[in-house]
Ligand binder design. Structure first.
Ligand code: FES
Length: 151
């Protein structure tokens, strides 16, 4: 089974970076995965448009842990614009790939970062396009939760 996962994925799963919470976070993003119902919470500390600290907590699977760990490493010390440009594909590539059935897990990290940045801008009273983007992400979530099966 472990052959399905790259060494990088196994490493980030076994030793995830930046797990935890930031008590005085400047932005917090919480997002559910529409596919599996797993949850991700992302905390950002921001100074002068730089992400000086980032922590995450997830009730997600191993692939979610590994991608979030890698994503936090990729945005720590970077500008907000760099963090906004982070895609789940870049994270998956940095991990040496993921099995196709686990790619939806990697979306959690990207979306949680966007929601945390939207929360940051809202708290600052700044209107920024990411706020609308985050609302759309959360909206999709709601739609899914309230979906009534046909049969
Ligand atoms: Fe839910 Fe991976 S199965 S995040």
């Amino acid at each position: 089974m472990s052959m399905l996962y790259s060494e990088e994925v196994m490493d980030h799963f076994a030793n995830p970076r930046n797990v935890g919470i930031i008590e005085d976070a400047d932005g917090i993003g919480e997002i559910g995965n529409a596919k599996c119902g797993d949850i991700m919470k992302m905390y950002l500390k921001i100074e002068n448009n730089i992400i000086v600290d980032v922590k995450f907590k997830t009730f997600g699977c191993g692939a979610a842990v590994a991608t979030s760990s890698m994503a936090t490493e990729m945005i720590k010390g970077k500008s907000i614009d760099d963090a906004l440009a982070l895609t789940n594909k870049a994270v998956v590539d940095a991990l040496g790939g993921l099995p196709a059935v686990k790619v939806h897990c990697s979306v959690l990290a990207e979306e949680a970062v966007k929601c945390a940045l939207a929360d940051y801008y809202k708290k600052q009273g700044i209107d920024h396009p990411v706020i609308k983007e985050a609302e759309e992400i959360m909206g999709h979530d709601d739609e899914h939760e309230h979906e009534i099966p046909e049969e």
